[in-house]
Design a protein around this ligand. Structure first.
Ligand code: MTE
Ligand code: MO
Length: 320
């Protein structure tokens, strides 16, 4: 069928090289290093080993990717205990607890719409489509906090090129997993679910746009969007949709969850822009989790050199 022709690897043969169940030792080392960072505090607050499959396991064969920032990485504990994942509750501390037993295997992502080769990718296939790169990106939430995360993945364009978008494909629509049985808090989240997001095709194909399968050397913890999510580093965090199950190439600009919830506060583009305030607060500065002082927010979250040209001639106050 549509197994990439250049690869002679059998997915079931190679997967064990990517995934080692080394999580426990890995986490013990990490928490030893970060326990003093001030988040959570008591050791009882640290995640315990759940029954069944591990939340995260080590990824092997990860190479250094491009575009990394040299700023200090945010301690793992913050990135896994201060989350927005409304399917699992609306408090920042909710997802770490309520996503503990989220079942992410087996998993597949269906890719459809304006493409020559619609197909479903199993998670094993997604892990093997391209070499996994570590990319240390800034992530800026619209709520004016930020983190620096060593994500693992590869450019979304790798997957897109495999399915061959047609010339009608002008946007890409993304959809998260949604299951009331596993996400009983979903109906009280105050947003429509399943969570949906979208990018213009040139934004989606930009090499910075990362199809993300891990962080800090490991697979994604459930609360950070396991087993596969998008990371679009020059946009506010809500564009970086978690726990992806469907990707649709489309002709018209697709609906997006936060725009549906409140169009005057959240636009389709949502490029990080310190000079356009949110109606209810300034976007000029941000609080980096784990740091004392606020810092100035950068245009396009510091990625202007790479992406500003995508928006030449557009009024970024109108297209917020
Ligand atoms: N499916 C889904 N994806 C989501 C969200 C969500 O609630 N549901 N929240 C978004 C927001 S607002 C942010 S800031 C980031 C947070 O990612 P993190 O928890 O890994 O830092 O995920 C984004 N992706
Ligand atoms: Mo966010």
């Amino acid at each position: 069928m549509l197994t990439p022709k250049s690869r002679k690897l059998n997915y079931s043969d190679v997967t064990p090289r990517r995934l080692y169940l080394g999580r426990r030792n890995f986490l013990l080392g990490l928490f030893a290093a970060t326990a003093s960072a001030g988040c959570g505090g008591k050791s009882q607050d640290l995640p315990s080993e759940p029954g069944g499959s591990p939340v995260a396991s080590k990824l092997s064969g990860v190479i250094k990717g491009p575009y990394g920032t040299s700023e200090a990485q945010t301690p793992y504990n913050y990135v896994t205990h201060y989350n927005n994942f409304y399917e699992f509750g609306t408090d920042k501390s909710d997802p770490a607890n309520s996503a503990k037993n989220f079942v992410t295997s087996p998993w597949s992502v269906s890719v459809e719409g304006e493409v020559k080769n619609p197909r479903k990718f199993t998670m094993d296939e997604i892990l093997m489509l391209a070499p996994l790169e570590e990319r240390i990106y800034r992530h800026r939430c619209v709520e004016a906090w930020s983190i620096v995360v060593p994500w693992i993945g590869y450019s979304f364009s790798v997957l897109a090129k495999l399915v061959e978008p047609t010339s009608n494909a002008r946007y890409v629509a993304f959809q998260s997993y949604y299951d009331l049985k596993q996400m009983p808090e979903g109906p009280s989240a105050g947003i429509e679910l399943p969570y949906v997001e979208g990018l213009r095709i040139d934004e989606a194909m930009h090499p910075l746009t990362l199809l993300t399968v891990g962080m800090y050397g490991d697979t994604l913890p459930n609360q950070d969007g396991a087993p596969v999510r998008m990371v679009v580093p020059w946009k506010y965090g809500f564009k970086s949709i978690k726990s992806l199950v469907k990707i649709r190439f489309v002709q018209e600009q697709p609906p997006t969850t936060w725009n549906l919830a409140n169009a005057s506060e959240y636009g389709f583009y949502s490029n990080v822009n310190p000079s356009v305030d949110h109606p209810r607060w300034s976007q000029a500065t941000e609080r980096r989790l784990g740091e004392l002082h606020r810092k100035p927010t950068l245009a396009f979250n510091g990625y202007a050199d790479q992406v500003a040209s995508l928006y030449t001639g557009m009024d970024l106050r109108k297209y917020y």
